[in-house]
Design a protein around this ligand. Structure first.
Ligand SMILES: Cc1ncc(COP(=O)(O)O)c(C=O)c1O
Length: 435
């Protein structure tokens, strides 16, 4: 890695930097404004960006803009007009069936977030106090929270520096007689080495919960992420490829778990069976919570699923452009680029670069910020956080988790990022290194 001198620097020792700024439909006025602008465009403008004000040329280029494809409001209106805005209405059903077919998975339950999907999955594994879960420390706190809620102990394992995924070669050494679950996280929508992970799980009778929050419509050897382990969890947060504002799903093939999962999602009742006409009244049968999203949110998501291929192609174009345009800087060892193993088909969820060290990253963030480009770093390793220390331990050596996380920087990536915006980003990065 080449050395060079840059001035300035910002304190990047914050916790989580992802900008979760813009909530769709903050009020009725905005909703009407958006609808009227949209109608004025004839209703089918490709890659519509809303509201337009957020992307004026001279303003800050956001790290993320929530996806909006054009039909969202129409479907949300249909949900309202159908008199069904609570959970499990027409749009929830359509979204679930779409995922089931596209990802080849038997059971799909839409949830209010990936965090809630993970909570459901953790409970469905039956993990409890005294049991252990093996997971990477380089992940969002939700992966860990789900198991902490069940009273389990977290056992963190180092990541591979090339993919930032849990190092499958280190997992077996962390297995004890208390281990119940392995929870791999498909970072940036790039698959973990699932054959090796499933093999360890099989040999030690462990369950696997895939955190595929970022891995929707990404694949491992042709199989959709989230569908390989016992349970998989997706996120439809506004920062994800397909969004419903806040939302998620838990997906699985285990027929033995569907009834329990439905009860857990429906406040501990067998209401799902009742709605299917399988019983004539429903009752409280077990512990549960409320994990159903509103059908209005599912209507928003449905519009995105309908345009999934368009969204994918658009994000992939951004990814490829960054990748091609920054290659010369990688060749000259100013930065490192993401690596995608042969077995993985990623979904362009994220484009990150790795800098020499944390001060260099801080200087680049500031440099880009001065040029109206918002970039962010990512997870601060969980084992270094107070809750991580309280609920878990790091197994083995932290060779890469901390070091690599301090070097990683995520570039603006969202559906509808324009060519001139992509160019602005890569030109500024070039200027930083060669000025
Ligand atoms: C790896 C991972 N897991 C879980 C989550 C939580 O997702 P949600 O915001 O849908 O609860 C995130 C959020 O970004 C994530 O990155």
């Amino acid at each position: 890695m080449k050395r060079f001198i840059v001035g300035g620097g910002v304190n990047s020792n914050a916790d989580l930097t992802e900008k979760r700024s813009f909530t769709i439909i903050v009020n009725v006025d905005l909703c009407l404004l958006v609808i009227s602008r949209f109608a004025a465009r004839g209703g089918d403008a490709p890659a519509a960006r809303l509201p337009e004000d957020i992307e004026r040329e001279n303003e800050m280029l956001d790290f993320n803009v929530p996806p909006f494809t054009g039909r969202e409001f129409e479907y949300m209106r249909q949900a309202v007009e159908a008199g069904k805005i609570s959970g499990d209405g027409r749009f929830t059903r359509q979204c679930s069936e779409w995922m089931s077919k596209r990802f080849q998975v038997s059971h799909v339950l839409l949830t209010t977030s990936c965090t809630h999907g993970l909570e459901m999955a953790a409970r469905l594994t039956g993990i409890g106090p005294g049991d252990e879960v093996i997971l990477p420390s380089y992940t969002f706190c939700s992966t860990a929270d789900a198991f902490v809620q069940c009273g389990a102990t977290l056992v963190f394992v180092d990541v591979r520096p090339d993919t930032m995924n849990i190092d499958e070669r280190l997992i077996e050494d962390a297995v004890t007689e208390r281990t119940k679950v392995i929870a791999p996280v498909h970072y940036a929508g790039v698959a973990c080495a699932m054959d090796e992970i499933m093999d360890i799980a099989k040999r030690h009778s462990l369950q696997v919960v895939e955190d595929a929050a970022q891995g929707v419509d990404a694949y491992y050897k042709g199989r959709a992420l989230g569908t390989i382990g016992d349970f998989g969890c997706y996120s439809f947060h506004e920062t994800k490829n397909f969004s419903m504002g806040e939302g998620g799903a838990v997906v699985f093939n285990r027929d033995d778990k569907i009834e329990e999962a439905e009860i857990l999602r429906e406040k501990g009742t067998n209401r799902s069976k009742f709605f299917r006409g399988q019983i004539d009244k429903y009752t409280w049968v077990s512990y549960g919570s409320s994990y159903l999203p509103s059908d209005m949110n599912a209507a928003y998501l449905w519009a995105q699923f309908e345009s999934a291929d368009r969204i994918n192609a658009d994000r992939m174009a951004t990814y490829e452009f960054y990748h091609e345009s920054l290659k010369d800087l990688a060749d000259r060892e100013y930065l490192e680029q993401p690596f995608v193993p042969e077995y993985a088909k990623h979904n362009a969820h994220m484009y990150y670069i790795k800098l020499e060290d944390e001060p260099t990253r801080a200087a680049l963030i500031e440099y880009l910020h001065e040029r109206q480009i918002h970039t962010v770093f990512h997870y601060v390793p969980l084992h270094s956080a107070p809750a991580g220390r309280q609920f878990g331990r790091f197994h083995g050596e932290d060779r890469y988790t901390t070091k690599e996380s301090e070097r990683l920087l995520r570039l603006p990536m969202f559906y509808g990022l324009k060519q001139e915006q992509r160019e602005k980003v890569v030109e500024a990065i070039h200027a930083f290194f060669t000025k």
